[in-house]
Design a protein around this ligand. Structure first.
Ligand code: PHE
Length: 467
């Protein structure tokens, strides 16, 4: 391990930080709702299979690359390919992607923070108004919230790996878990809670079709923070004796468990609000779910526990989502930070300043693309519709480039870096991995069907989104 490279202080610190990255807005709201709409228990089973058999090998490959190279993703592709120029495109994409996803994630995190602040100020009734969200995202106050979120993220990152990222994760992740369990326990006591649980868990295999499968895999991929260079970067901060295989399993398990448990919070709340809810009415988009639908439900709790009680529950909910979002945001900004520090030989502070200025500017522009500024709102046109700058960033980087980055990781580790090196890195710190079924499976899957599946998703997205 390089002497002057920053490191996590322990394996637990690494796992918490990586799980902090994985557990995000997608887990808490997106996952439960898409599970309920798309076959309940049937979706849960398919999702779990995708995580175990497709995502986990990719996660292990990303982690192995990062730890072996002890570098940011750009440096890792360069070092492990022996300076092969062709792979520098993959390296560059795995830094550009998190940079751009940081922008879109920041926009949403700022809204969450705004809603958190407003529940703290006792404005839950205003939040529940159907027009509120549309007005809120076009008010100048969002820029103040943006400034505050930017300061929080930078205060964590300036502390570095051990004192910043790891300390924040050690506080935020257990807190998140306590808040989540607290809300689940409360929500399960509501009338009709069990109707929601039933919809969530009872399998309906008739809903399974190609688009549901595609959606489930994309969701799992994003949820585990794959294809963003994050796990490569975080794994470059762990010691050679740490067990990557076990670490990856823990991260995948924690992420999936939080997503599953979140369903026991969100769905009983929805069904208790309206026992006749038809799952077709549930919005697929996490954004409208969090900012338009859930505030209404949270406000309705006042008939049970009074306005103050409902406001406290709402505050806890937004705090939970905010904690989840902050640890994800930190992880994604750390990738370009590490890349700038290492590739340009500059200090962490300087790298953060450059990123604050550049991502800050883009975040402002994206925020203004929801109606504040006309040309940003109708920025481009493709797929038969006008798209805003925010839509463009989302469609290109989240929907399209993520599976492409995953594909490149598979091709790189198997055909360029070579299986034997991948295996040697994964065996280090995990003796029993050598020669195991898991090792054989990882080798087989990464060299055969996983890249094919990712390629199909990539082509399908390009064809349906942009043409
Ligand atoms: N796993 C995160 C989520 O589910 C996704 C993410 C990670 C987004 C890191 C940005 C940064 O929300």
């Amino acid at each position: 391990m390089s002497a002057n490279r920053e490191h996590f202080s322990s394996r637990l610190g690494f796992i918490l930080a990586a799980a902090g990255s994985a557990v995000g807005i997608g887990n808490l709201v997106g996952f439960p709702v898409s599970a309920t709409k798309n076959g309940g228990g049937a979706f849960l089973i398919v999702y779990a299979l995708f995580v175990a058999f497709i995502c986990l090998p990719v996660m292990m490959a990303e982690m192995a690359m990062g730890r072996k190279a002890q570098k940011d993703p750009y440096g890792a592709y360069k070092a492990l390919s022996g300076g092969d120029k062709r792979w520098s495109i993959a390296g560059a994409l795995s830094v550009l992607t998190p940079f751009m996803i940081a922008v879109f994630y920041m926009v949403i995190t700022v809204w969450i923070f705004g809603y958190l602040a407003q529940t703290a100020m006792g404005n839950l009734d205003a939040l529940a108004n159907p027009n509120h969200f549309g007005q809120f995202i076009n008010q100048s106050s969002v820029f103040w919230y943006m400034l505050l979120v930017g300061v929080i993220v930078n205060l964590i990152l300036v502390g570095g790996v051990k004192e910043g990222i790891e300390k924040a994760a050690k506080f935020l992740m257990p807190s998140l878990f306590v808040l989540l369990i607290g809300l689940v326990v409360y929500v399960l006591t509501l009338d009709n809670a069990m109707a929601g649980v039933r919809y969530y868990i009872v399998p309906d295999f008739s809903k399974m079709d190609a688009s549901v499968l595609n959606g489930a895999l994309s969701q799992a991929f994003f949820s585990l923070s794959l294809g963003m260079g994050i796990l490569m970067t975080y794994a470059s901060y762990i010691s050679k004796n740490d067990d990557i295989v076990g670490g990856a399993k823990m991260v995948a398990l924690t992420d999936s468990l939080v997503a599953f448990i979140a369903g026991l919070m969100v769905l009983p709340a929805i069904f208790s609000f309206n026992p006749a809810t038809n799952t077709d009415e549930l919005s697929e988009s996490s954004v409208s779910m969090i900012f338009e639908f859930l505030p209404k439900i949270l406000l309705a709790l006042q008939t049970d526990i009074g306005y103050l009680g409902a406001s406290i529950v709402a505050f806890i909910f937004f705090l939970l989502v905010f904690f989840a979002a902050i640890t994800s945001l930190v992880s994604i900004v750390e990738v370009p930070t590490a890349a700038l520090m290492e590739e340009k030989c500059i200090s962490r502070k300087k790298a953060l300043l450059i990123l604050a200025a550049t991502t800050g500017l883009l975040t402002v522009l994206c925020t203004m693309s929801f109606g504040m500024v006309d040309w940003l709102t109708k920025f481009v046109s493709y797929g038969g519709a006008d798209k805003s700058l925010f839509d463009l960033v989302y469609d290109v980087f989240y929907d399209t480039i993520l599976p492409l980055n995953g594909l490149m990781v598979c091709l790189f580790v198997i055909y360029r870096w070579k299986k034997s090196n991948l295996n040697a890195e994964l065996e280090q710190g995990c003796d029993k991995y050598k020669g195991s079924f898991g090792e054989k499976y990882v080798n087989f899957s990464l060299s055969t069907f996983i890249p094919v599946v990712l390629l199909v998703i990539f082509i399908n997205t390009v064809a349906t989104k942009f043409f």
